[in-house]
Design a binder for this molecule. Structure first.
Ligand SMILES: Nc1ncnc2c1ncn2[C@@H]1O[C@H](COP(=O)(O)OP(=O)(O)OP(=O)(O)O)[C@@H](O)[C@H]1O
Ligand SMILES: [Mg+2]
Length: 238
């Protein structure tokens, strides 16, 4: 579904991504793991049309993604949940979700999709009339993911969904992501929470200072001592 080849991103003189090669197959959940500043958001932003690469190619469903204007990406089925969520804080949960269904591709079936989002995140159903800005951090993340799902995506891009959440709330969120994954949606997820993400993803890429320093099936990476030392706080996952 996604083929990233020799992708580089520069901000002025700073090289944030240097020759990235990565793929995401249809129905896969692929994780990008890395520390602060590794270039994770830059990579996701390039796929989501928010960051213009200095060089390289991105093919989506076989077509040249970088040739498409950003506003068209959502109509092509790419939904980005940015770092920091990007919900509309003054609007209700329900109105935030409705905004997600504005793309032409999402208008038919919006009511059914909303029911699916409410089934995935029951708390959003209970709080549908609440002003989104007054929700807790974890609930706001649910609103952001729910809104992205309302656009009927084929490829969901998640930038650090567990950032700033208490462990128990993050656990709930990862459980919901597991259900999204089981539904067959293709997902590219950027995370610092390596243990929880590797427990969920099919494959992962390890990003360090703008370069991929490791890649493989998530189950294999979980048991790799070098990965454990760098990303899992020392000990391999049980
Ligand atoms: N708009 C920008 N202008 C200048 N430098 C930038 C810009 N955006 C990112 N950078 C730099 O590029 C590098 C990679 O940033 P990026 O946001 O992709 O990292 P990240 O892995 O997402 O980090 P974090 O975990 O902190 O979100 C960092 O050194 C950052 O300072
Ligand atoms: Mg980031």
């Amino acid at each position: 579904m996604l083929e990233i080849a020799d992708l580089s991103v520069r901000y002025g003189k700073h090289t944030a991504l240097d020759g990235i090669n990565a793929t995401v197959g249809a129905g896969e959940m692929v994780a990008i793991l890395g520390a602060n500043g590794a270039g994770k958001s830059s990579l996701l932003g390039a796929v989501g049309g928010r960051v213009k690469p200095a060089s390289g190619t991105i093919r989506y469903k076989g077509a040249d993604l970088l040739a498409l204007p950003q506003h068209q990406l959502v109509e092509e089925g790419i939904a980005l949940v940015p770092e920091g969520r990007g919900i509309f804080p003054a609007m209700s949960v329900e109105d935030n979700l409705s905004l997600g269904a504005l793309p032409r591709r999402a208008q038919a079936g919006a009511a059914q999709r909303r029911d699916e989002v409410f089934a995935l995140f029951p708390k959003l159903a209970q709080r549908r009339a609440q002003v989104a800005g007054t929700m807790s951090g974890g609930e706001q993340q649910m609103v952001a993911i729910g809104r992205a799902l309302m656009s009927a995506p084929d490829l969901l891009l998640l930038d650090e969904p567990s950032l700033g959440l208490a462990p128990i709330v993050a656990q709930e969120l990862f459980a919901a992501l597991g259900r999204i994954r089981a539904g067959g949606l293709t997902v590219m997820i950027v995370e610092q929470n390596a243990a929880a993400t590797l427990a969920l993803a099919d494959r992962a890429y390890l990003l360090e200072a703008g370069r991929i320093i490791g890649a493989g099936p998530a189950a294999q990476l979980r048991n790799d001592p070098a990965v454990a030392a760098a990303f899992l706080g020392g000990a391999p996952a049980a």
